[in-house]
Design a protein around this ligand. Structure first.
Ligand SMILES: [Ca+2]
Length: 111
């Protein structure tokens, strides 16, 4: 028998563990939105540079930064809804997911 089904299920389980964040171009979750399931060092590539005005963190803990590649000022956002980004409106240029748990010694992954 084929093992493809098994591999697909494993892939789905791995995806469910990853965090999710939604970026909105307007305050209070309005305007075009962008959902991310992983880190993005350059939001410009997705047409979302300096556009984010509100955020929903659905799972995980995320760091958002004012410049590409996680440079400049950054905010750490935990699970929750952020209807306004005071002092960070239309500045976000990169987003990354922070490790929720310390990585296992021998499974440390360079991101
Ligand atoms: Ca920026």
């Amino acid at each position: 028998m084929k093992r493809l089904v098994c591999a697909t299920l494993l892939g789905a389980a791995a995806a469910a563990q990853a965090g999710d964040i939604v970026l909105y171009t307007r305050a209070h979750f309005g305007g075009p939105a962008l959902q991310l399931h992983g880190s993005e060092p350059d939001l410009d590539k997705l047409g979302f540079n300096d556009k984010t005005s509100s955020v929903v963190v659905q799972s995980g803990t995320w760091e958002v930064c004012e410049n590409k590649y996680y440079k400049g000022r950054c905010l750490v956002l935990e699970k929750g809804e952020y209807a306004e980004l005071k002092n960070f409106n239309d500045m976000m240029s990169s987003v990354r997911e922070l490790e929720a748990r310390p990585p296992a010694k021998d499974k440390r992954v360079q991101k």
